[in-house]
Design a protein around this ligand. Sequence first.
Ligand SMILES: Cc1cc2nc3c(=O)[nH]c(=O)nc-3n(C[C@H](O)[C@H](O)[C@H](O)COP(=O)(O)OP(=O)(O)OC[C@H]3O[C@@H](n4cnc5c(N)ncnc54)[C@H](O)[C@@H]3O)c2cc1C
Length: 581
Amino acid sequence: MIETDVLIVGSGPAGSSAAALLSTYGVDNVLVTKYRWLADTPRAHITNQRTMEVLRDLGLEQEAMLYATPNHLMGNNVFCTSLAGEELGRMRSWGSDPFTQARHRIASPTTMVDLPQNFLEPILFKAACGRGTKARLSTEYLSLMQDADGVTATVKDRVRGETYDIRAKYLLGADGGNSKVAADIGLPMVGRMGVGGSINILFKADLTRYVAHRPSVLYWVLQPGSNVGGIGMGVVRMVRTWDEWLLIWGYDINQPAPEMTEAICKDVAWNLIGDRSIPLEITSWSTWTVNHMHATSYQQGRVFCMGDAVHRHPPSNGLGSNTSIQDAYNLAWKLMMVIKGHAGQALLDTYSVERAPIGKQIVDRANKSIGEFAPIFGALGLLESTDPDVMKANMEARKQDTPESQERRRKLREAIAFKAYEFDAHGVEMNQFYVSDAVAVTEGDERRLDADAELVSQPSSCPGARLPHAWLEKDRQARSTLDVVGHGQFTLLTGIGGAGWRAAAVDLAAAGFPIRCVSIGPSQDYEDPFGDWARVREIDDDGVVLVRPDQFVAWRQRVRAADCASALRDVVARITGTKER
Ligand SMILES: Cc1cc2nc3c(=O)[nH]c(=O)nc-3n(C[C@H](O)[C@H](O)[C@H](O)COP(=O)(O)OP(=O)(O)OC[C@H]3O[C@@H](n4cnc5c(N)ncnc54)[C@H](O)[C@@H]3O)c2cc1C
């Protein structure tokens, strides 16, 4: 029997990042995955700043940037009748609007990029294996048994056809939207699978002439009459600039999935491009369903689920792989702390408490975004008739010199701008907030969200929030506050007058607890040249912010304590669920 501390089932964004993080933290782990290799199609691609921060903490940001399409080529979200046809409107998206661009730059040292899943997974998987993960490809999880000390999983080697057991202290089900692990442990699920049907068509074609002047990740094509029982909207998604593409095209879920052939795929692609003279090569096609389902708990005993196993939703807002990686970032340090004896088992219960509300939020958000296309259809007069000729005439009607036509134009502009809730929802991506026993709130700690919580990132050092980014400097090199925390350790951030906090951290570290202290200010460990940190830290120079290994604030104290050592010991014991050290 193979023995390990953590058995991970699945090598998607959730499983590969969990493996990379655990190996980086020095936790023994085995990963099994059903197929002989990783994702073979692009699927997830939008990689938001929060995920880039996780990659940065893992030392993988630069490698990701090598393979990613950069932010400046992502942002012209186009609505048109075909790529060669008439443009109906455009929306600056993914942080490319000058206002949101500023917020992106203020929020994070990273940039949002487009990194297809078949490029991202190998980066994570390679890091995991290079740092210690024992990966077994072509190995299918079959079943599990839990007892007081661990989990025994039965797996099947799909090459030899043999089954064998793996014994682990903990098991992570990162086995995707049809998770067998989640089903086997009976996780409570809310919602519905299969609320819509979609067809993916992957193809190669040089479309530079139609897109390079309006670079974007997504081109939305409205063609009344050309869909199977719907409005007739398809999306042409950039995979690689500008010669590799993915078409997404809806089908009526109440009917059987359409029988696709290469000829049909070519026809759909040429229709959306609007130019049949463009040579194209179909590389693959598949059908998939839109889901609206989330788990209300992510844990059963020693088994935890993450990623699509616990939140299943459409690609709108580009949240799936991002949230999956962020699940892993939340759980990995907690497992490390418990396995290495720095925390009690109760710390692990906070994973589900913290992440399940986020999962629900993103599932609801992504599904709501689908419905928010309706005002665009309405403004174009596409909801007034099902007759394609009338629909086309209504679209034309917006060009007339009449008050009605002017009203249609106004409504269309507003409806497109409203899609910021899907294509520029920086708050959804960055404002995640945790309330749990792994966060110590004291009197006066209250997070205020003054602006729209879905659109606007609002940094705070309130316990439960992600540490605000600020540019610091050391040895003439710029460093983000997020760079000086993380790396599998707790960090105390303080300033001039914080010597008592430093001494308290040194004591805890000497006792083996993973903690460091960083002082920020003139002639301290790091300078704060612009005063950025002083503006966002919400404490005084001699106060303290305790940051968890996942860069979330665990606790803060506005000013120096009378007895810093005992204040820190108390709070660490509270968070880790251990007795006072
Ligand atoms: C068309 C499309 C576009 C998308 N666009 C985006 C986007 O822009 N941004 C975004 O963030 N997300 C997007 N998503 C969603 C994204 O692909 C998923 O959310 C993401 O892959 C979930 O990661 P995961 O690791 O949880 O699961 P998966 O990637 O599904 O991985 C599951 C893993 O488990 C393995 N596995 C399954 N069963 C077993 C078993 N019994 N034994 C062993 N191994 C098993 C599989 O082989 C696989 O390795 C998109 C999805 C689609 C379909």
